[in-house]
Design a protein around this ligand. Sequence first.
Ligand code: UN1
Length: 478
Amino acid sequence: MSVHQNFIAGEWRASSETCRNINPSDTGEVVGEYSLADASDTERAISAAAEAFPGWSGSGIQQRFDILDTIGTEILARKVELGRLLAREEGKTLPEAIGEAARAGQIFKFFAGEALRLTGELVRSVRPGINVEITREPVGVIGIVTPWNFPIAIPAWKIAPALAFGNCVVFKPASLVPGSAWALADIISRAGLPKGVFNLAMGPGSIVGNALLEDPRIRAVSFTGSVETGHRVATACAARGAKFQLEMGGKNPLVVLNDADIDIAVDCAVNGAFFSTGQRCTASSRLIVEDSIHDRFVDAMVDATRSLRVGNAIEETTQIGPVVDQVQYDQDVDYIGIGKREGATLVTGGEPVERKTPGYYLSPALFVDTHNDMRINREEIFGPVATVIRVADEDEATAVANDTDFGLSTGICTRSMAAAERFKQASRAGMVMVNLPTAGVDYHVPFGGIKASSYGAREQGSYAAEFYTSVKTAYVSP
Ligand code: UN1
């Protein structure tokens, strides 16, 4: 098997150590073999990016547009093949994986346009005859650290704005999913960027990740991943005055009011809780249901959940792919045990599933009789596990929805515009969905949360400029 190398200073570089990614739908299958960057590879990547920065930060916006547009075009043209690779290494179903690859292509196209659209402001000084110009400039070398659950879309929504606004990049993907990262780097490597502007450093967090946090030449770190690692990023970056942006966990509520359309509510809950095997920080993990619709909702939800086909990610009939690896599988199963011991009733799922190929298959689990202070309602499980919390009325639903450390996404199912409006205003979260799942976001609008979910500037859409540029105020007396 040929080894996929790191891309450093415009060249593919082998390392002494390699790793293999395993197909979670068929653990006997090795998807590929990948070089692991060591400290000296990482140092070389950071140096190359720092050396490339003066040139790239002064590059023209037409050049940036052309390069990002070329990358987007190739991703879109190859979305099925890239989706297949993603499904094999991460376990998302093929439609989800192809959709994610397409999203990555659209993101590059969008930020190609953003390179052209970046504007400044010209205002008068309070001193007569003087003008004040406010412009946005590149930040420098950006360290990009991404999670395994969106192996191509999340790298795209960090790398594309970084490059669009004239920054250089050292990209460290999650160790579980080097395949999509390498494929993306391969596409980027052929799009015409000057040497060193973009570098891929696959390798362990303890080596590559730490170097990105500690090296004074890395001026900003964009991170998506766990709360725990996010806090380490924050501490290290704050200590040396580097900019940082964090997207971490969620414990997202989906409220179902008495007047909800039951079919819409169940669709939203099933999609939000179980699609992508529940492995989304936007997953609808707490289903908060008003008293008089509760039993009907639970019955319909149990039927819908039982009918979901769990299986090999690349098989056409599969609706729920496997859990990503053994560690995550064990965590999911642990939480199912915790829920039972806390007194919640498991009405369906939470069982290992046997398929033709050995994989981390788990049937989607639904708990009822839960209350909001149980651990299964407070801690992010990150698997196909959802809970139902029964509430007396709309006010209690909103209070329970907000009673969490997290604040990424919330949702409500109701036919009342007034109730939806009240919920939208009262929600303590970065995103609110009305009659829609809490997960599944557009690529051209801001993404992010509050409280323990996120820190720093929003990602995506035109708001991405906030993180990937710094503001300069110039006073000019003509
Ligand atoms: C989505 O719900 O479409 O890690 C995106 C995550 C998020 C992305 C969710 N950062 O789940």
